[in-house]
Design a protein. Structure first.
Length: 255
């Protein structure tokens, strides 16, 4: 039986993997196993097209591109105890500044802790102490400036700041049981959820529509700058009231 060296000359041998040899013949890569221990012999060669060698690289790059597209936000400020719970993960992780976030992620802060989430459209979500938010939905097309997002405030207090002008068909909904808020572009809004089952919605700048999350509860209020409302279970939002200077200052001091 001919040896490996007689079939594939040593100059054409590759050290990619011990026991395997490669040579190019008429633009087709010939691959054959060679058992180098004990009794040397060569197995039956296999013919592989060079494109097959490129396929794993293409698939790896495609996977990386998909992973990059799934990143919709990053943690730009992390102070104190902050955790991120992800879909499919049994245990929350301790993030650092620059941690990437995806749809379905839930961010929580502990006592005397703060964090800031920056989305790809440069919308900012600032979480206060003992607060939590979940990214239920998010999509943004930079070319058309179209955004569709749903954020759920699970507890505590959150400040959502949006300085950009989006397309006319863009939508943003902030859910805070039992309220739903729909801020307009260039709006600075604060949403807090109490343990008693009520939600406060405050507009520091811009405007927003507020209603009960239950579709059969009729009633909606429009908040302008320095206005607030309160929503309780199975009731429409209360009539807007003007935010006092002291109330505004106390809210700003959270961050």
């Amino acid at each position: 039986m001919p040896s490996c060296r007689s079939i594939w000359p040593s100059r054409a041998a590759s050290a990619i993997r011990p026991g395997w040899y490669f040579r190019l013949q008429k633009r087709v890569l010939i691959v054959g196993p060679c058992k180098v221990q004990n009794l040397p012999f060569c197995g039956k060669p296999y013919a592989l097209h060079p494109l097959l060698l490129v396929l794993p690289v293409v698939l790896a790059l495609a996977g990386a591109a998909v992973a990059a597209e799934s990143v919709i936000a990053t943690l730009t400020i992390v102070r104190g105890t902050v955790s991120v719970s992800r879909i499919g993960s049994s245990f929350p992780e301790r993030p650092a500044r620059g941690t990437a976030l995806m749809i379905g992620d839930e961010v929580r802060t502990g006592d005397e802790s703060l964090c800031q989430i920056t989305f790809t459209d440069e919308t900012y979500v600032n979480l206060g102490p003992r607060s939590a938010v979940r990214i239920n939905q998010y999509a943004y097309d930079a070319r058309s400036a179209r955004r569709s997002s749903v954020l759920q405030i699970l507890g505590g207090i959150a400040r959502i700041i949006d300085y950009r002008v989006h397309s006319r068909d863009s939508r943003m909904r902030i859910e805070a049981e039992p309220a739903s808020a729909f801020p307009d572009d260039r709006t600075d809004i604060v949403v807090s959820v109490s343990s008693g089952g009520a939600a406060d919605v405050i507009v520091l700048q811009g405007s927003a529509r507020v209603q009960n999350r239950l579709h059969y509860v009729v009633g909606e209020v429009c908040l302008r700058e320095h206005m607030r409302t309160n929503v309780v279970e199975k009731k429409p939002p209360m009539s807007p009231s003007v935010l006092s200077a002291q109330e505004r200052q106390s809210i700003l001091e959270v961050w």
